[in-house]
Design a protein around this ligand. Structure first.
Ligand SMILES: Nc1ncnc2c1ncn2[C@@H]1O[C@H](COP(=O)(O)OP(=O)(O)OP(=O)(O)O)[C@@H](O)[C@H]1O
Ligand SMILES: CC(=O)C(=O)O
Length: 352
């Protein structure tokens, strides 16, 4: 059975909104630790579990750990309309988004990392916005916006051409702290972002085992979202309990031409290893832009349902868009039409 997965965010964090999503067909909630500390997410996850129990509906709860990715540090939205120039500070310090020249801190750059230079492009989030660097002085760049949208909170940033794929990856201090905090929380699974090797999954399991003692372990889901991750999908799928195909970041890394081949590589590897695969990002985002969804999104979602993927994950559609219930309702209707299976099986049965 294909599960409807919803990302929790500002558009759906009230109890009423979460209950509405459960009633509309959400079977799995994803909590992103890139935006909110794990202890607060654990409390919210407990609320969702209680709501589901009260409605007598099954639910699984997934904690998504962000991995190493440069991010903006802003705690407030930044409307790019009317902004002609802004400052990017690569020391990870706080942002100041009000004022004629907004300042955005960027975290995730070490002292030896090469900074972008004049002429380079900075892509914000999944590509909703882009900036062009026009000058650099030490660790600070000036940039001009190429788009006019509203920049969300702590969005990831990427640097096309710089290629993050293949960078040696370790669990970050933040992810390690998240893994240590998971024991005893309601989470059924943790997601490791930017997985590019089986080793990352194995190291995470060791940390989980150390902190869980003899208690049950959450499942470990590897999020594959780089070309290097797709190339290593077979070994990652063997090691992990499930795969999340993160199409948002994947496109930023592969570029548009290799994107489809990389997605296929991941889906094939998960199927061969017999692991559940969730597919996420920009499944029904067009619903927020107009009344009817784009035909290409409808076709992709319906095909993924026919293929029998284990889950389809809404991100911005439920976390940030105006009408999360509408997106979930449509996904549920498509599921009934294209993947009609009455039997619900848990995605992540608890490991001993
Ligand atoms: N506080 C929040 N918590 C979760 N999502 C949020 C929040 N505020 C806004 N959102 C929006 O919800 C969506 C979740 O994005 P996504 O699933 O890509 O998570 P992410 O990987 O943490 O994001 P990013 O693209 O910034 O790396 C985005 O559109 C994001 O802007
Ligand atoms: C979900 C996610 O992180 C992505 O699509 O990149």
């Amino acid at each position: 059975m294909t599960h409807v997965v919803a990302t929790v965010g500002p558009a759906c964090s009230s109890e009423e909104a979460l209950a509405d999503l459960l009633k509309a067909g959400v079977g799995v909630f994803r909590f992103t630790a890139s935006k909110t500390p794990v202890d607060r997410l654990s409390v919210l996850a407990g609320t969702v579990r209680d709501l589901a129990d009260g409605l007598d509906l099954p639910v699984e709860l997934v904690l998504d750990l962000p991995g190493a990715k440069p991010r903006l540090t802003n705690e407030e939205y930044l409307d790019l309309a009317g902004v002609t120039e802004l400052v990017l500070r690569f020391d990870g310090g706080p942002s100041a988004v009000t004022g004629p020249v907004p300042e955005l801190g960027v975290s995730g750059f070490g002292p030896s990392d090469a900074l972008p230079d004049a002429g380079d492009l900075v892509v914000v989030g999944d590509g909703e916005d882009a900036l062009r660097i026009v000058g650099r002085s030490g660790g600070t760049c000036t940039a001009v916006p190429l788009t006019r949208n509203v920049v969300g909170i702590r969005r990831g940033v990427s640097f096309p051409g710089a290629g993050r794929s293949g960078k040696a990856q370790e669990l970050t201090e933040y992810d390690l702290a998240g893994l240590r905090a998971v024991a005893g929380t309601p989470f059924d699974a943790v997601v490791l972002s930017f997985a590019e090797s089986a080793g990352l999954v194995e190291r995470a399991r060791v940390v989980l085992r150390e902190s869980a003692g003899t208690g049950p372990l959450p499942a470990v889901v590897a999020k594959i979202e780089t070309a290097a991750g797709a190339a290593a999908a077979a070994e990652i799928a063997e090691a992990a309990d499930g795969i999340l195909l993160g199409r948002g970041d994947l496109l930023l890394d592969t570029g548009p031409v290799e994107f489809h081949a990389a997605c296929r590589q991941v889906l094939d590897a998960a199927r061969t290893a017999g692991r559940p695969v969730l597919v996420g990002t920009q499944l029904l985002t067009s619903l927020a832009a107009g009344w009817l969804p784009h035909r290409s999104e409808l076709a992709t979602v319906s095909e993924l349902l026919e293929q029998g993927v284990a889950g389809l994950m809404l991100a911005e559609e439920t976390a940030g868009a105006a009408d999360p219930v509408r997106a979930v309702t449509l996904l549920n209707e498509l599921r009934t039409r294209y993947a009609p299976t009455a039997v619900r099986t848990a995605l992540f049965p608890r490991r001993p």
